[in-house]
Ligand binder design. Structure first.
Ligand SMILES: Cc1ncc(COP(=O)(O)O)c(C=O)c1O
Length: 439
């Protein structure tokens, strides 16, 4: 680790100088606090990014498997989005009035997710928050249910975990929780049907907020039949089902919902929907849309906690239209998914050859390795995490021109990711795993 830290610092004098300057005006030297988490002594400062690659200010070229933690899953600055955004910026950025792009985007989302009505927000966090508010309003119930070790953005209700004794409380790192989230939220393990049934049975849960496969604690796949039961139980107990596809859009053009024929009441999709230009969408079923419409108050609809001044702005919608119609197409997924298969196969072989008890898995064009056997829930996945080992592997990769997402061991394929990029990762991963084993 010391050798790799020294190499990282020695080879990046310009990033180091910028970081030292940044510490005088930015809290902890970064524009957003998560950026302190990169494995190096400072983050590499970026000069420019294009497609699946970027250059730092010291001239190093990186293969980007982090892709802005999914925001740039489209590849960096795809031509069609840049063109549409440039054109729109010359014609107005935000108006508090609709344009035709909003209809085109909603029509495209209708086809992909089979939900008839759509609304826009600026982030997936907001889309989740608004969906939860609507669910509470329509059901008249106070509680939300989430799965242990989920992540749905900075949504207060979702920052809850189960302790080893089974009690729910604020998740570690929860900054200034307004109240104990156990008051607002029930939390059960993913794939635990009995716990789900017991939690819904009391009739006070407005909605379940779920990623269809967990992606924020490594990848945890649903067990066969889990989604069927989840849907049956939520319907049976009058609880709405909010499926957050922000990451699982990696499964295909209509995310996991389309590929597995799920029937949610709400779908949330953010991050990559505008190729990184801020935007998110949430879709509503016919029945839910009717209930919401019946409750809408014209006079107070601007102060009810749903929406936002810049939500649904013209630039955001132009970017979404171009992304959906020209970039995140079926053809793009047909290229990205086999690339992730190649990544997974390479890593699985390296794990087997080196003989470490690790595991690699894949969901569409997203792949991830974990330091343990395949997990069936968030607790098992979390127990297999190893902060120091993860930092070593990430730093080792960065020093050899590869960027993985800093919060776990995830690699995402963009439409421009090449076989050589994937194979380069495989050989660097193998080399690093061998060193870990040798020590
Ligand atoms: C599944 C999921 N939903 C929502 C979000 C929140 O996205 P944002 O930070 O863009 O609001 C994230 C962020 O990682 C996520 O993983």
């Amino acid at each position: 680790m010391q050798r790799e830290q020294k190499r990282f610092i020695d080879e990046r004098p310009k990033s180091k100088a910028l970081f030292e300057r940044a510490r005088k005006s930015l809290l902890a030297g970064v524009p957003m606090n998560w950026m302190v988490k990169w494995a190096g002594a400072f983050p590499p400062f970026v000069r420019e990014a294009q497609g699946a690659h970027f250059f730092d200010v010291d001239g190093h070229r990186y293969i980007d498997f982090c892709l802005g933690d999914t925001g740039a899953m489209t590849g960096h600055s795809p031509f069609a989005v840049v063109k549409a955004a440039e054109e729109q910026m010359r014609r107005g950025i935000t108006l508090m009035l609709p344009g035709e792009d909003s209809i085109v985007v909603a029509e495209e989302l209708q086809k992909r997710f089979q939900l008839p009505y759509w609304q826009f927000a600026l982030s997936a966090t907001d889309a989740n928050r608004f969906s939860i508010r609507l669910a509470r309003q329509v059901t008249g119930r106070p509680k939300v249910l989430v799965f242990n070790w989920c992540y749905h953005g900075t949504v207060d209700e979702t920052f809850i975990t189960l302790g080893s004794d089974g009690t729910a409380g604020p998740r570690p790192g929860n900054v200034g929780p307004p109240i104990n989230p156990a008051i607002t939220t029930k939390v059960v393990e993913f794939n635990d049907v009995d716990a789900l049934e017991a939690a819904l049975h009391t009739g006070d849960v407005a909605c379940v907020v779920a990623e269809p496969a967990m992606t924020n604690v490594g990848i945890v796949h649903p067990q066969p039949g889990f989604h069927k039961v989840l849907r049956e139980l939520t319907r049976q107990h009058g609880t709405l089902l909010i499926i957050d596809e922000t990451h699982t859009i990696c499964a295909g053009p209509g995310g996991y919902t389309q590929s597995e024929n799920l029937e949610p009441d709400v779908v949330v999709f953010g991050k990559a929907i505008g190729a990184g230009i801020p935007g998110a969408a949430y879709g509503l079923s016919q029945e839910l849309a009717e209930k919401i419409a019946a409750k809408q108050e014209l006079e107070n609809c601007d102060v009810g906690g749903i929406g936002g001044t810049l939500a649904g702005n013209a630039l955001s919608l132009a970017a979404m239209r171009a992304t959906l119609t020209k970039v995140l197409t079926k053809e793009a997924f047909d290229r990205m998914i086999p690339m992730a298969e190649r990544w997974t196969t390479g890593v699985a072989r390296a794990i087997a050859d080196v003989g470490v008890p690790w595991h690699v898995t894949r969901l569409g064009c997203r792949a991830e390795y974990l330091f343990g056997p395949e997990p069936k829930n968030g607790s098992e996945a979390h127990a297999a995490m190893d902060f120091e080992l993860e930092r070593f592997l990430h730093l080792y990769a960065m020093n050899r021109g590869i960027l993985l997402t800093p919060f776990h061991n995830m690699a995402l394929m963009s439409p421009q990711t090449e076989r050589e990029d994937v194979d380069r990762h495989t050989s660097v991963f193998r080399e690093a795993a061998n060193e870990v084993c040798a020590s």
